[in-house]
Design a protein around this ligand. Structure first.
Ligand code: GDP
Length: 308
């Protein structure tokens, strides 16, 4: 299946949740009775390991034969290394900005990480239904923000959407039809590259970790090479390539809508969760037994627990 892995970067209240819900609705994947509390997966099971807060929020939807995984990013700088690891799973970002408020200083950190990783943002100016919207100025502010963060020419030539997530539309022309999110889907499929897949046997870089009462330790990450199936023998390598453990995959889970479902095979490029290992953790490489080299993950910043 065609795949796209993206993240949405937005200041709190600029409409990320609303947009994701509308995208799910547009893909026929929204359950009307779904409670907000059930959304996403940062439930009580979140554990802290090595002082890193563990998050694995991926929403996955299908559009015209393309699976789009939308990875949630912490909105600000509290989770230094985490932001970087999460952005390493994606090939594009949507920077969602309130048309009245404009870009907020708190998103600067995440945007700068995305730009540094070479990701070319799609800018979506949201809430243009607001009477006090000032989309043109806000667009200039976003451009200035990127320029100040040393965006390259290609990144500064970003595609732009205007819209109202609340009303279920995004458009390339603010004076054009206001009836669907199709332009956003089109833009993601056109401007975000398909995930890079490497040759060789199964390798996944563990990006987040959670614990589940039934499944135990669940590691989530993007499959860099090969494929993974339940019962497969694997091992975990630390970043320096030393062996952490050998084990067997008990379950492979993929994201479907807001939930996770067991699957028979995880394919290269996709973001999946695996259960079955006991010691492996964030930034380890989970791989086929024959693999000898760990994936060179971004260095992890020292744990930051302050919530300033
Ligand atoms: P998040 O914090 O980024 O996830 O933001 P939410 O999706 O929770 O939205 C924050 C508030 O903005 C909610 O009250 C939404 O109903 C509202 N909102 C979201 N999108 C729009 C929009 O396009 N127009 C207007 N006027 N309000 C919106």
């Amino acid at each position: 299946m065609n795949l796209r892995n993206i993240a949405i970067i937005a200041h709190v209240d600029h409409g990320k949740t609303t947009l994701i819900d509308e995208l799910l609705k547009a893909s026929g994947m929204f359950r009307a009775n779904q409670q907000t509390e059930e959304r996403m997966m940062d439930s009580n099971d979140i554990e802290r390991e090595r002082g890193i807060t563990i998050l694995a929020k991926v929403t996955s939807l299908e559009h015209d034969g393309t699976r789009i995984n939308i990875v949630d990013t912490p909105g600000h700088a509290d989770f230094g290394g985490e932001v970087e690891r999460i952005l390493n799973m994606v090939d594009g970002v949507i920077v969602l900005v309130d048309a009245a408020e404009g870009p907020m200083p708190q998103t600067k950190f995440v945007v700068s990480k995305a730009l540094n990783l070479g990701l070319r943002p799609i800018v979506a100016i949201n809430k243009i239904d607001k009477p006090e919207q000032r989309a043109d100025e806000v667009l200039d502010e976003v451009f200035d923000l990127f320029a100040n963060l040393d965006a390259d020419e290609h990144q500064l030539d970003f595609p732009v959407l205007y819209g109202s997530a609340k009303n279920g539309w995004m458009a390339t022309d603010p004076d054009g039809p206001k009836d669907s999110l199709e332009p956003l889907f089109d833009m993601v499929i056109k401007h975000v590259p398909a995930p890079k897949v490497e040759e060789g046997e199964f390798r996944l870089l563990a990006t987040t970790i959670q614990s589940d009462n039934f499944l135990g330790r669940i590691l989530t990450g993007r499959i860099i090479a090969g494929e993974v199936t339940p019962n497969m023998a694997v091992k975990a390598l630390s970043r320096d390539g030393s062996l952490i453990e050998q084990g067997r995959i008990s379950k492979v889970l993929a994201f479907r809508g807001l939930e996770r479902a067991a699957i028979e095979k995880g394919e290269a490029g996709d973001i999946v969760s695996i259960a079955g290992l006991q010691k492996a953790t964030v930034a380890d490489t989970i791989c086929a037994p024959a693999v000898t080299e760990a994936i060179q993950a971004q260095p992890i910043d020292p744990p930051t627990l302050s919530m300033t």
